[in-house]
Design a protein around this ligand. Structure first.
Ligand code: COA
Length: 328
């Protein structure tokens, strides 16, 4: 069993923008069909933020719910870690903008960039800051306005993603306790999923704009192959570190990218789909927000009871992968 007792999730929250974009809406935008999207991905619809609604706004809405659920006042937070690949601005960090909007004056705040693994990288970071005594109460966020970096003319990518935010407050607790974590990265495959323009390598210019380098680019098939292996392997590592077997897991909460990836992961872990939480049909892939939103829905639906073992697992651009095991 892990040597890390006593840090747990005190409360969760999420926020989804109200605008729904269905597969049928997408049929009018690119050459695709509801049938193609559903059978290849499992996605039926996704949410889109309003024009004047930014990543920090969605994060703040999710954060307020998590703070309330945990009985925490913003001024009691020591730390805010926000996972995103769609910050309000390249810098300063969106976490600092969130801190200001919440009025969390005592907290230090920073972003983590681990794409779809971001929420679990953030959770692990906060967990370790609390274990080390540097912070006592931390707000972990995953928030994305992916619609701002999607090429709405590219059917290979535009059908997959959505906007939203998930949040968790972490602190000393024996409930919903972190039992173990496992993180990994492979920068050798960075080009498979990236936004090539707008950084120091290719600063924004008429050429980068003309080439669409400010949009998300993806080698879908390669990412798919990687995801199937990485998700199961990451979960297996974290489960073993917690001294458990996959069959001990009551609920798997995976990154919500594609139902085929989720099903393949469950199969490798020999977990029946009744033990796997899925909401990607409603929201698509919300990257760093995905696991946080799912965790909040699991809590709201009362799917778990004290003592249940839960595996959170994700993979994403970087490439990155992550898994966290909780005891509810
Ligand atoms: N509608 C209709 N056709 C589409 C389409 C769409 N929205 N998107 C792509 N196609 C076409 C392609 O152009 C290609 O056509 P071609 O063979 O004539 O070139 C064909 O469909 C590809 O089909 P297929 O090989 O069956 O696709 P797939 O099974 O690999 O599924 C993805 C495609 C993108 C759904 C899948 O590869 C995937 O999910 N990859 C991982 C993506 C992901 O999760 N990214 C985020 C990581 S965090």
């Amino acid at each position: 069993m892990s040597e890390a007792p006593g840090v747990g999730i005190l409360g969760t929250g999420s926020y989804l923008p109200s605008r729904v974009l269905s597969n049928f809406d997408l049929e009018k935008m690119v050459e695709t069909s509801d049938e193609w999207i559903r059978t290849r991905t499992g996605i039926r619809e996704r949410r889109l933020a309003a024009g004047g609604e930014f990543t920090s706004d969605m994060a703040v809405a999710a954060a307020r719910r998590a703070l309330e659920a945990s009985g925490t006042r913003p001024e009691d937070l020591d730390m805010i870690v926000n996972a995103t690949i769609t910050p309000d601005m390249p810098w300063p960090s969106t976490a600092c903008l969130i801190q200001e909007k919440l009025g969390a004056a005592k907290a230090f705040a920073f972003d983590v960039s681990a794409a779809c693994s971001g929420f679990l990288y953030g959770l692990t970071t906060a967990h370790n800051f609390i274990l080390s005594g540097t912070a006592s109460r931390a707000l972990v966020l995953g928030a994305e306005k992916l619609s701002s970096i999607i090429d709405w003319k590219d059917r290979n990518t535009c059908v997959l993603f959505g906007d939203g935010a998930g949040a968790a407050v972490l602190g000393p607790s024996e409930r919903r306790r972190v039992l173990s974590v496992h993180l990994g990265s492979d920068g050798g495959a960075a080009e498979l999923l990236c936004m090539p323009g707008g950084g120091s390598r290719r600063p924004t210019s008429p050429e980068t704009l003309a080439g669409g380098l400010h949009f998300l680019k993806m080698e879908g098939k390669e990412v798919f192959k990687f995801a199937v292996k990485a998700m199961a392997a990451a979960a297996e590592e974290a489960i073993a570190k917690a001294g458990l077997k996959p069959s001990d897991i009551r609920l798997l909460i995976p990154h919500q990218a594609n139902i085929r990836i989720v099903e393949a992961t469950a199969k490798r872990l020999e977990l029946p789909m009744e033990k796997v939480f899925v909401n990607l049909d409603k929201y698509g892939n919300t990257s760093a927000a995905s696991v946080g939103i799912a965790l909040d829905e699991v809590e709201a639906q009362g799917l778990l009871k004290p003592g249940d073992k839960v595996a959170l697992v994700a993979f994403g651009a970087g490439l990155t992968w992550a898994s966290v095991i909780l005891e509810w």
